[in-house]
Ligand binder design. Structure first.
Ligand code: ADP
Ligand code: MG
Length: 404
């Protein structure tokens, strides 16, 4: 049962009604074109639902970080043609998210027509979560739908505050994300294994602490693991690390022992003297790293350990690559571990869940994304959910009064 209203709770007939739907069209661009349309596809079921019910549809989104002012390169105009491609219909454009002209364009829409509104972050009130701005944004509309799970961890005007001013509903994609998280991770089938990698321990510390409460096996990889190696008194040469976080690393190791959580740190690593594609690389045990070397990936013994742990686990949650995967050959451990997880998931032995911008890119590189049970579209939102934090975008939908 949902704690918030969904599209199924909307009136049967929405003809003549204006529905503002928050989507995440913060799309990756290359040479002026949208390079990945996944996020547009994610919004499609909700848009089609509203079209079937005859609504006038206004789409709200942020795009990049314009910091409260209009920035031409960050205009959502640049994504219109990609949105039209996926929606397979004409998409109109309003050159401001608010104002009389935009209100006129919204009310002038025919049933099922779609109007994309300009970048909400062109106004400082968006990121400040300014209630006055949210009210102005809401003014022309009859209903609000939030379908942007990946922005739900932000308490911004268009992701959360607006729900105070309109009857508000969760879109299909937001609903699906939350139900998957609940199904697989709220009371996960054990043993539960987590893989946490990435660049910095400081951005993942809350995650590690919260995972220690529920995981049976915790793998720490990526540059983050270097701070743990330092904490164990090992020499890590020129590796990326956060020496000021050694105490945090020590605390995590102690807590893991207390909680009976099996901690897997790299036992061997791949090093190079320069961080460049196809740089000469070597495998070293962790106690033999030279002072002019840097750790850029986990080694083959470590991958074997991770694979063996996957075989002993029933649920896997993964965030953060095990190495500098963007630069070959330092993608190797991430790709091999991901392929093994994909194989276990395909065979029905493992429930594989993953999220995070770079993690998803790495799983796509390993070509096993479809083998995973569920891959979240949210980076920050996925992390914050895992950390046990309340997502403001979801809380805003849940806290509506019944008069709405
Ligand atoms: P996600 O986006 O999935 O949450 P992060 O942003 O936390 O993941 O981490 C991904 C980044 O960590 C990648 O850019 C990757 O190159 C970097 N990284 C991982 N291991 C290393 C390493 N050993 N040295 C340098 N960078 C690393
Ligand atoms: Mg990242």
């Amino acid at each position: 049962m949902n704690l918030f209203p969904t599209l199924d709770d909307m009136p049967e007939n929405l003809s003549g009604k204006i529905v503002l739907m928050r989507v995440d069209f913060n799309l990756p661009m290359r040479d002026g074109f949208v390079s990945d349309k996944t996020r547009i596809r994610a919004a499609l079921p909700s848009i089609q639902f509203l079209q079937k019910r005859g609504a006038k549809i206004g789409l709200l989104s942020h795009f990049g970080k314009p910091k409260g002012q209009a920035v031409e390169e960050l205009s959502l105009r640049h994504v219109i043609s990609a949105v039209q491609d996926i929606l397979d219909c004409e998409v109109k454009f309003a050159s401001d998210a608010i104002g009389a002209e935009t209100a006129k364009q919204l009310s002038g829409l025919a049933a099922a027509e779609v109007l994309l509104l300009e970048n909400t972050r062109f106004h400082p009130g968006e990121e400040n979560g300014d209630p006055e701005f949210a009210e102005v944004l809401a003014k022309p509309a009859d209903f609000y739908v939030n379908d942007a799970f990946s922005a739900a961890h932000r308490a911004h005007a268009s992701t959360s505050v607006i729900a105070q001013f309109l009857p508000s509903f969760a879109g299909r994609s937001l609903e699906k994300e939350l139900s998957n998280l609940q199904t697989y991770l709220e009371t996960p089938a054990g043993p539960l294994m987590a893989v946490v990698g990435g660049a910095k321990i400081s951005t993942k510390i809350t995650l590690l602490e919260s995972l220690l409460e529920k995981t049976d096996i915790l793998v720490i990889g990526g540059a983050m693991a270097n701070s743990f190696l330092l904490a164990k008194g090992l020499d890590i040469g020129k590796s990326l690390a956060q020496p000021e976080k050694i105490n945090l690393a020590k605390r995590i190791m102690e807590k893991a022992a207390e909680k009976n959580c099996e901690l897997i740190l790299p036992s061997d690593v791949v090093v190079a003297t320069e961080f460049a594609a196809h740089a000469t690389s070597r495998v070293r045990p962790i106690d033999a790293i030279r002072s002019d070397e840097m750790v850029l990936d986990a080694g083959p013994d470590t991958v074997d350990q991770i694979a063996a742990a996957m075989e002993r686990s029933r649920t896997l949650v993964w965030n953060g690559p095990l190495g500098a995967f963007e630069v070959p050959p330092f993608h190797t451990s991430t790709v091999e571990a991901a392929q093994f997880a994909g194989k276990c998931a395909r065979a029905g032995k493992l429930i594989g869940v993953a999220g995070g911008g770079d993690t998803v890119a790495a799983l796509n590189m390993a070509q096993i994304a479809e083998d995973f049970t569920y891959i979240s579209t949210g980076g920050g939102a996925f992390l914050e959910w895992l950390e046990g934090r309340v997502l403001p975008g979801v809380a805003a939908l849940a806290s509506q009064t019944t008069e709405n």
